[in-house]
Design a protein around this ligand. Structure first.
Ligand SMILES: CC(C)(COP(=O)(O)OP(=O)(O)OC[C@H]1O[C@@H](n2cnc3c(N)ncnc32)[C@H](O)[C@@H]1OP(=O)(O)O)[C@@H](O)C(=O)NCCC(=O)NCCS
Length: 178
C-alpha cells in the first residue's frame, strides 16, 4: 500500500485494487445510492427522509464545501473498473477517546464480500499511523456481522464498552492500537 498527502494536501491512498481519494461532486449519486441502500435498522438520521433528503443536490453541495483535512471519508475507487463503490476513512465522532478517531466504511451492496472493505481499511490504518494517530476506534451495531468481521480481520478488538438505545439496539465499541 502506498499513499498519503499528495502535493496540494490531497490524500490519495493506493492498494492492489483500489484508490482512496477525496470525493468529486459528480459522485454525489453514489453517496445517494448508499443512503437508499441502508439497512432499515439504521437510525432515521442516516436514512432518506420523507422529503427525499438528502437529495443529490444536497450531497453535491456538501462535497463542494468539504475542506481537506487529516480526517475524512474517502471515496473508494476500483482501479480497473474506474468506478466509485463507497467510502472508507476516519471520522472524529467524539465517541472514541479524545484525539482518537473512528474508522468508518460503507460500500454499495453489489460489491460486498469481495474483500474491498478489508483492503480499504488496511490502507486507512496506514494513513492514520503516518498521520501520527496511536489508536483508532470503531462503533458498530451489534447486529452488523459483516462490519464486525471486517474490523476483526484488520485487527480491532471489541471492548466491554457498549451503548444501548431503546429503539435501535446496542452499539459496540472496538479499538485498535496502531
Ligand atoms: C461492512 C461492509 C463495508 C463490508 O464490506 P465488504 O467489502 O463486503 O467486506 P469484506 O469483503 O472485506 O469482508 C466481509 C466479511 O464479512 C463476512 N460477512 C458478510 N456478511 C456476513 C454475514 N451476514 N454473516 C457473517 N459474516 C458475513 C464475509 O464473509 C467476510 O468475511 P471473510 O473474509 O472472513 O469471509 C459492507 O457490508 C457494508 O457496506 N455494510 C453497510 C454499511 C456498514 O455496515 N458500515 C459499517 C458501519 S460501522
Amino acid at each position: 500500500m502506498t499513499g498519503g498527502a499528495a502535493p496540494g494536501g490531497e490524500v490519495v491512498l493506493e492498494t492492489c485494487r483500489l484508490l482512496l481519494r477525496p470525493w468529486r461532486v459528480a459522485e454525489a449519486v453514489v453517496q445517494r445510492e448508499l443512503w437508499t441502500e441502508r439497512d432499515p435498522r439504521v437510525p432515521a438520521h442516516r436514512q432518506i427522509d420523507a422529503d427525499g433528503r438528502p437529495t443529490v443536490a444536497d450531497i453535491e453541495e456538501s462535497i463542494r464545501t468539504s475542506q481537506p483535512s487529516s480526517l475524512g471519508l474517502l471515496a473508494v475507487e476500483r482501479k480497473v473498473a474506474g468506478d466509485v463503490i463507497g467510502y472508507c476513512g476516519l471520522i472524529d465522532s467524539g465517541r472514541g477517546s479524545k484525539g482518537e478517531p473512528e474508522l468508518a466504511f460503507e460500500l454499495l451492496r453489489r460489491v460486498w464480500c469481495q474483500g474491498y472493505a478489508t483492503e480499504a481499511s488496511l490502507a486507512v490504518l496506514d494513513w492514520a499511523r503516518s498521520s501520527g494517530y496511536e489508536r483508532l476506534w470503531a462503533t458498530i451495531w451489534e447486529w452488523n456481522t459483516a462490519s464486525r468481521r471486517v474490523l476483526a480481520k484488520v485487527g480491532f478488538t471489541e471492548t466491554e464498552r457498549r451503548e444501548v438505545d431503546a429503539v435501535y439496539g446496542t452499539t459496540l465499541f472496538a479499538t485498535r492500537q496502531l
